[in-house]
Design a protein around this ligand. Structure first.
Ligand SMILES: *Cc1c(COP(=O)(O)O)cnc(C)c1O
Length: 569
């Protein structure tokens, strides 16, 4: 390490971090965003350190039965080969027991060598009880009791571990979603101790608030992390000095991690403009800004485009804004790079499924967590119309992927419905569902399809980031106007919209018109353009990179955090 990594002013806390495909400590969008944030912080030399949990058993490996029913298989990964063990130890109290913690380090490094260290907390030590040892084994792997215990380790254990490791200069703790909000309790204790007291008092709130920044990611109240007071008191301890503080308990009855973050942070933001608006409606009385998410450009641009950009836009890795010069890249070069990506995906699809997809057919991609609000089956609402469009207007083929949360029964049913549609369409349209969606598959899919489809029910998609990966690889989006796409959409230039935009909180929006609108767009616009006006389709590829790739990246996003959140006080 060529700089003093202990001299850090920003500590980034996240329940999941997806920094490398071999480090299986992420489940989806939140973790991938965290990883991309850290990479860009390293690129920009932001003095950051990151904290998460180790999850020796990762998330899970998805197997799909013949009818599409999801089975979760355990996984493991070589954490002891990929991470560096630290000798420092920290302790937290869980249900009155002392839980000892160790940390493993991974250095996220940028081209110039600047490092952002990530510490993975590990409770699997011989000193701990069997149950406690398992607390850092699985990501989202248990009930509320398991989860709040994990959050004690992440939040409180994380702060104590940073101190034990020698981090004394941190002026900003960034809570990436509410899971980390218990770090405020560790900071309150520090403030009380500093003042020579044993218990926390109201004036400590201001001290702590001055040091915290909170990013909320969920546009629906049900999605917010919260715990019954009784459980919280049991796990955290009878800390009346904490629980009785004004603003700690939501409505006096639950420990709501979002409200804890809101009440104890000097700066709060949502993850897209629209999500900021929705959050301000949900949490009236709080000042909530918006910083639109991004993806790490160099990490998500496929090799053929990396080579093309290196040749035509040499500064693009250091300066993502320069991707706007994709407008002057010859269209045939864009197309050749795209076809290389598409061939790679077709090869993978055909190897895995034997379905015989054809690289000359318009290929639509859809991959994300199988949650019902994302409506992966919207495309199948009118099977006869879909068949007619493919048979009469122009052939399409469709590549799906995505895991359902292990306890999301409706999400699992959704995958089954895709399988059943796949079967019904088998003589007309080739549909595949690739198993075990992860970062590697995400990269191959977002670059290898011709159109990236997204169909969330507004206003449920806070931001969404897979469409940004598609844009960077010259793949136009066909998407409902929600999350980031409200900002990235220019009809006929960067992609196409589905249905009407969302107004207010979205209750009055007529979601039933989305499927007809999707068919109309495919039938009258997208398919004719792809097959009959390839020149304009290639222009759209260039605009996707130039307009959206140059902006919806974590380099621009981290710069906004630096300007508006970290050092603006
Ligand atoms: C990018 C990515 C996501 C997030 O995609 P959304 O469009 O936000 O749903 C989820 N999982 C993986 C593996 C990804 O690479």
């Amino acid at each position: 390490m060529n700089q003093d990594i202990k001299d850090r002013s920003v500590a980034y806390f996240s329940m999941e971090i997806g920094i490398d495909e071999k480090i299986c400590t992420y489940s989806g969008g939140l973790g991938v965003l965290a990883g991309d944030t850290i990479r860009s912080a390293a690129d920009l030399k932001v003095p950051m350190v990151a904290v998460t949990l180790l999850y020796r058993k990762g998330y899970f490996r998805q197997r799909l039965e013949a009818d599409g029913w999801q089975r979760e298989e355990p996984t493991s990964w070589a954490f002891d080969e990929l991470l560096e063990e630290e000798s420092a130890r920290a302790q937290v109290t869980v249900e009155g027991r002392t839980v000892h913690l160790r940390a493993w380090r991974y250095d996220a490094q940028c081209l110039s060598g600047y490092v952002v260290p990530i510490y993975f907390l590990d409770a699997d030590l011989a000193e701990n009880s069997e149950w406690d040892r398992g607390l850092t084994h699985s990501l989202y792997g248990g009930d509320d009791h398991y989860r709040i215990s994990q959050e004690v380790i992440l939040g409180i254990g994380g702060v104590r571990m940073l101190r034990a490791l020698g981090y004394q200069e941190i002026s900003t703790f960034h809570l990436n979603e509410g899971h980390a909000a218990l770090l405020t309790l560790a900071l309150l204790d520090e403030a009380a101790k500093q003042a020579g007291r044993k218990s926390i008092m109201a004036q400590d709130l201001d001290t702590v608030r001055d040091h915290c920044v909170f990013t909320t990611h969920t546009p629906v109240p049900a999605g917010h992390d919260k715990f019954p007071l009784e459980l919280a008191r049991k796990v955290i301890g009878e800390r009346d000095d904490f629980f009785d503080l004004e603003g700690v308990l939501h409505e006096g009855t639950t420990l709501n991690m979002t409200y804890l973050g809101l009440n104890l942070s000097r700066y709060v933001n949502g993850v897209a403009r629209k999500h900021g608006e929705i959050s301000r409606l949900m949490f009236a009385g709080y000042t909530i800004d918006a910083i639109t998410n991004g993806v790490h450009a160099a990490a998500w641009v496929a090799a053929p485009f990396r080579e093309l950009f290196d040749r035509m836009i040499p500064s693009w890795r250091q300066d993502n804004f320069s991707l706007r010069y994709a407008l002057s890249v010859p269209r045939n070069e864009l197309w050749d790079a795209h076809m290389q990506c598409k061939k790679q995906l077709m090869g993978l699809v055909n190897d895995e499924t034997g379905v015989g997809m054809d690289e000359n057919i318009l290929t639509i991609g859809f991959a994300r967590r199988a949650a019902t609000y994302k409506r992966a089956d919207l495309l199948f609402r009118d099977m006869e119309r879909l068949k007619r469009i493919s048979n009469e207007v122009g052939k399409i083929q469709i590549v799906y992927s995505g895991k359902a949360h292990p306890r999301d029964h409706n999400g699992k049913e959704l995958i089954k419905r895709i399988f059943s549609a796949k079967n019904d369409l088998k003589h007309d349209i080739k549909v595949v569902y690739l198993e075990n969606y992860n970062m590697t598959l995400g990269a191959i899919m977002t670059a290898g399809v011709d159109i990236w489809l997204n169909t969330p029910e507004p206003p449920m998609e806070a931001s969404g980031t897979s469409g940004m990966k598609a844009s960077l690889n010259g793949v136009p989006n066909l998407s409902v106007l929600d999350g980031w796409w409200i900002e990235g959409h220019i009809e006929g230039l960067t992609g196409w919209s589905i249905g009407e935009p969302v107004h207010g909180k979205g209750e009055e929006r007529d979601h039933s018109q989305d499927a007809p609108s999707l068919y109309d767009k495919l039938e009258h616009t997208v398919i004719p353009l792809f097959y009959s006006d390839r020149g304009r389709f290639m222009d759209m590829m260039a605009y996707s990179i130039a307009i959206n790739g140059s902006f919806f990246n974590t380099q621009r996003m981290v710069q906004e955090y630096v300007l508006n959140a970290y050092y603006n006080r």
